[in-house]
Design a protein around this ligand. Structure first.
Ligand SMILES: *[C@@H]1O[C@H](CO)[C@@H](O)[C@H](O)[C@H]1NC(C)=O
Ligand SMILES: *[C@@H]1O[C@H](CO)[C@@H](O)[C@H](O)[C@H]1NC(C)=O
Ligand SMILES: *[C@@H]1O[C@H](CO)[C@@H](O)[C@H](O)[C@H]1NC(C)=O
Ligand SMILES: *[C@@H]1O[C@H](CO)[C@@H](O)[C@H](O)[C@H]1NC(C)=O
Ligand SMILES: *[C@@H]1O[C@H](CO)[C@@H](O)[C@H](O)[C@H]1NC(C)=O
Ligand SMILES: *[C@@H]1O[C@H](CO)[C@@H](O)[C@H](O)[C@H]1NC(C)=O
Ligand SMILES: *[C@@H]1O[C@H](CO)[C@@H](O)[C@H](O)[C@H]1NC(C)=O
Length: 504
């Protein structure tokens, strides 16, 4: 929307400065100029309103909870990017083809794609567009191109690495080429890839990584690799226009109602079955979750004591706990809350308390017409992409579990201007919740303690830090390579795609 209006500005500006005007066309010209002035004025007005509107969003809000930084936000960068200018492709001799099959949910795969591009760059390989997991818990059959804008992905990285849609036929097994299928060793650094993986390409033209989660170390990598990883995450991975449009529509509907909180309520069946957290579930539900865990071979841990897990801070907050914590943090009944999640396990029964505390709770299913969502409905990854967009654009983001989605969204919010994310300390929270619920800790003391515990966990700009700087211990909950931490002015050109000196 902003892009188009910029185009208009340029056009009208050009007309304004048209050098010689033939007399007989003077009237037409005059009318045009008048029209241009009127349109131009409208535009400027509109933009001012738009700015004010954003201003209200990000700084005019009273509650301490919503306090964001003074750094001006460029609206939503993702919605207002200038048309991409293609950089010249990098000229290098490819050592072979890298095929990858990503595993896990949408956000785990997203993190993996960032890693795989980086590895392909490091080893001078040609990357084949990653294959997405179709056998994960929710069995979404979406391919890469049904979730991400594949053309943009290929084009925007071409100054770094060659990406192709498939391995050329001439390298097929029919022509005597063998593909080596293997999972790379988890948490490896660049030395492993240079010393162990690169030599494999002299024998096999194609290597296929059939597992991608956590295959590249988080820490101690050269900064240029970290930067590339981040560039993939923030710039090269864009959702398809269908997803972007519907996501934008959701954001617009929400914004028309006022500032909103996105609550990533990770209280979904797969999470509970996987983690073994069953607090608040009926016996029947707990049994079902356990059965599901046993049925899923890749979930190694089978016997889990829910309460033990919970006391270690390893369980997602329940919807009831989330309600109490949000109230303690000072959110009131008027707060607009968007639930960024799939189906909540236990359904409306489990949402009752949260709904009572925050009547203005909504989900995408309520905000959009049935037919708008229909094409996404059976594709959990595409639905997750919509929640991702809304979460990134929200005024306050609260994840109830620190999984991949929480980390990636927090990172994007920092990248787009450090919008507030509240990183809950679940280990301390469950202690406080238990004390409050058995009557030991009255409400006011409970609320005070909850606020105290989270004083430094609300995404203040003080936590901006360059990855290469050693984070202080209390910052470790932010230390994720896909977040591209940076500080002050260093943020401004950390990921400038036109500054090639940075990534090389
Ligand atoms: C927001 O925080 C800044 C410092 O980080 C402070 O100066 C300002 O008063 C705060 N605003 C509100 C509304 O709390
Ligand atoms: C790529 O690099 C090679 C060797 O440096 C050079 O011979 C070739 O002309 C270059 N190709 C292009 C398109 O620049
Ligand atoms: C990758 O190519 C560059 C030249 O484009 C070369 O300097 C570098 O050594 C190559 N690295 C590997 C691992 O092949
Ligand atoms: C990956 O490939 C290896 C070697 O072929 C195989 O043993 C392993 O089971 C595969 N893993 C997956 C997840 O397909
Ligand atoms: C989604 O899947 C369900 C069950 O598999 C099916 O009944 C329904 O028709 C599907 N909906 C769409 C829009 O494809
Ligand atoms: C409440 O719970 C805490 C910790 O779970 C426990 O130490 C305390 O004794 C309990 N108090 C009552 C009154 O049950
Ligand atoms: C490019 O990045 C480098 C390193 O961050 C910086 O020193 C230089 O000023 C940047 N150049 C431009 C044109 O922004």
């Amino acid at each position: 929307m902003d892009v188009r209006s910029e185009g208009n500005q340029v056009r009208y500006y050009d007309k304004f400065h048209a050098p010689v005007i033939p007399r007989n066309r003077f009237r037409v010209w005059f009318i045009r100029v008048c029209l241009s002035i009127v349109l131009w004025t409208c535009l400027v007005q509109l933009m001012t309103v738009n700015e004010l509107w954003h201003f209200n969003f990000f700084s005019g809000f009273t509650s301490r909870i919503y306090n964001t930084t003074q750094r001006p936000l460029q609206g939503d960068v993702r919605f207002a990017q200038p048309p991409p200018t293609l950089l010249p492709p990098r000229n290098y001799t490819s050592n072979g083809f890298l095929r990858v099959s990503c595993n896990g949910g949408l956000n785990q795969m997203r993190a993996a794609i960032c890693d795989m591009v980086t590895i392909a760059r490091l080893l001078n390989l040609t990357l084949v567009v990653p294959e997405l997991d179709k056998k994960s818990f929710w069995a979404d059959h979406s391919g890469f191109e049904e979730i991400f804008d594949v053309r943009h992905f290929i084009d925007s990285l071409r100054d770094e690495v060659r990406i192709v849609k498939r391995v050329p036929k001439k390298f097929s097994s029919k022509n005597g080429y063998s593909t080596l299928k293997m999972p790379p060793v988890s948490w490896s650094n660049e030395k492993y890839y240079l010393e162990q993986i690169l030599p494999l390409f002299s024998k096999h033209k194609v290597v296929h990584f059939n597992k991608t989660d956590a295959r590249l170390a988080n820490n101690g990598l050269p900064i240029e690799l970290q930067k590339l990883r981040c560039r993939v995450n923030y710039q090269a991975l864009k959702f398809t226009p269908q997803i972007e449009n519907l996501g934008q529509k959701l954001v617009q509907i929400l914004r028309e109602r006022g500032p909103f909180v996105a609550l990533h309520l990770r209280y979904e069946m797969d999470m509970l079955a996987f983690s073994g957290c069953t607090r608040g579930c009926t016996n029947e539900e707990a049994k079902n979750l356990k059965r599901m865990r046993y049925a899923f071979p890749s979930w190694r841990e089978k016997e889990i004591v829910s309460e033990e897990r919970r006391s270690q801070g390893l369980c997602p907050l329940t919807p009831e706990e989330a309600a109490l914590v949000m109230q303690a943090l000072g959110f009131d009944r008027e707060t607009h809350v968007y639930i960024a999640a799939g189906e909540i396990y236990g359904g409306e029964r489990r949402l009752a308390q949260l709904r009572a505390a925050f009547p203005r709770i909504v989900k995408k299913e309520v905000l959009l017409a049935l037919d708008e969502l229909q094409q996404f409905q059976n594709h959990s990854s595409q639905m997750a992409a919509l929640d991702f967009m809304v979460s990134v654009a929200s005024d306050t983001f609260i994840p109830t579990y620190d999984g991949n989605m929480a980390k990636l969204v927090e990172g994007h919010r920092r990248y787009y201007g450090f919008k507030k994310s509240i990183v809950l300390d679940r280990k301390k929270l469950v202690q406080l919740l238990d004390l409050h619920q058995n009557g030991t800790l009255p409400w006011n003391n409970f609320a005070d303690s909850v606020r105290q515990v989270h004083e430094k966990r609300m995404g203040q700009p003080a936590y901006r830090r360059v990855i290469v700087d050693k984070p202080k211990e209390e910052d470790y909950f932010y230390a994720n390579p896909h977040e591209c931490l940076c500080e002050g002015t260093k943020c401004d050109n950390l990921l400038d795609p036109h500054n090639s000196s940075q990534v090389r």
